[in-house]
Design a protein around this ligand. Structure first.
Ligand code: PLP
Length: 369
């Protein structure tokens, strides 16, 4: 089979090719059942086994402790911006650390249901740094503290989750990990709830992953839609209403692919993390030594997944993108709110894809000189 182009889309994003091939092979008849996965009842034994396997594999991969529930929901990251306060705010005070577009959006949405305080912000420096947790003005009565642990648009990542307890805060930490889930391990001892849309690093759009500590279930406001009440969803093993069955199946294939990955002695998420570090280092090191390209994010919080960069001569942007397309390097245009370029290099992007990008960027720079 010919080499497919490398897809640097921020999301929906590239899927592992092996997974797409397996899904294609199973499209008409899943494991001799005579049914495609899309055509199965979510209450039948076939789909129940697919969902249970997906959940078990994810729990193993991310080392999710037994006192956390894994929920497969719908509505994406943006719906969670409402669903989290509906479930956890008790209509009181909630704290937000604003480090880019996504956490900004989360704070704004939460204001419909709760008193949302912005307790720290990197807006003044264009979201190129992360405010140190020690400087956060935590509210004494916060029901939770929200961060976006990887800002997909600004390319800023928390490389260590804040330890709220050490800051004298007992409130649970909520993380939006949409765009770096499964790219690295999660320190669950610091987390109360994590959510993410699947379409960046887990599978197709349509599934939203929620991992929630059990003691946080059962706090929903009366106005919370039943289908979005975490306790209801948990009590029904994510099948209170029809779940996004095909998306769960595809995510399950991605989890099995993740479990097969090896990098030296490392397997699963640890292997992915090692590979992701190597991929990101290759691209950042190239950008930093270049006279044409620039990344403005402080080194200690640069995202391994989403790497925005600019051409110092912006009049060359269209030529850069056209040349990239010719070399099979797709979807490199930056988000409209920040401009420039962005390379999203999620788990499904092999090192060879980043090497191909760097080699193109080097050639393009030479041509300009
Ligand atoms: C993509 C993204 C979202 C939005 O997800 P939708 O599925 O479009 O609602 C939210 N948060 C982050 C960090 C994202 O990258």
């Amino acid at each position: 089979m010919t080499q497919r182009p490398y897809n640097f889309s921020a999301g929906p994003a590239a899927m592992p090719e092996e997974v797409l091939q397996q899904a294609a092979a199973e499209m008409l008849d899943w494991h001799g059942s005579g049914l495609g996965v899309m055509e199965m009842s979510h209450r039948g034994k076939e789909f129940m086994s697919i969902a249970a396997q997906a959940e078990a594999d994810l729990r193993e991969l991310l080392a999710v402790p037994a006192n956390f529930r894994i929920l497969f929901m719908q509505g994406g990251g943006l719906a969670e911006n409402a669903i989290v306060p509906l479930n956890l705010s008790r209509g009181g005070t909630v704290d937000f650390v604003v480090t880019g577009s996504w956490s900004q959006k989360s704070a704004k949405e939460a204001r419909k249901y709760a008193t949302a305080n912005v307790i720290a912000s990197s807006e003044a420096d264009g979201h190129t740094t992360l405010p140190a947790p020690a400087s956060w003005k935590l509210s004494a009565d916060a029901q939770y503290v929200h961060i976006c642990s990887n800002e997909t648009i600004h390319g800023v990542e928390f490389h260590e989750l804040p330890d709220l307890k050490s800051l004298g805060c007992d409130a649970p930490l909520v993380i939006d990990f949409s765009s770096h889930v499964a790219s690295r391990p999660v320190d669950w001892s610091r987390v109360g709830l994590a959510f993410g849309g699947a379409q960046k690093n887990l599978g197709p759009a349509g599934v939203t992953l929620v991992v929630v500590r059990e003691d946080l279930l059962g706090r929903a406001l009366p106005i919370c839609p039943s289908a979005f009440e975490y306790k209801t969803v948990a009590d029904n093993a994510s099948m209170y209403n029809t779940p996004p069955t095909y998306g769960i199946y595809m995510a399950g294939l991605v989890f099995q692919w993740l479990k097969r990955q090896r990098e030296g002695d490392l397997t699963g998420i640890a292997a992915m993390e090692a590979r992701n570090i190597a991929k990101a280092r290759l691209l950042y090191d190239f950008i930093d030594q270049s006279a044409l390209y620039v990344n403005k994010v402080a080194e200690n919080c640069r995202s391994r997944m989403n790497i925005p960069f600019f051409l110092r001569d912006e009049s060359r942007n269209d030529a850069f993108l056209a040349g990239a397309r010719e070399r099979g390097l797709l979807q490199l245009k930056g988000h409209k709110s920040v401009g420039g370029m962005r390379a999203s290099i999620y788990n499904a992007m092999p090192l060879a894809g980043v090497q191909a990008l760097v080699s193109y960027m080097r050639d393009f720079e030479k041509e300009q000189a």
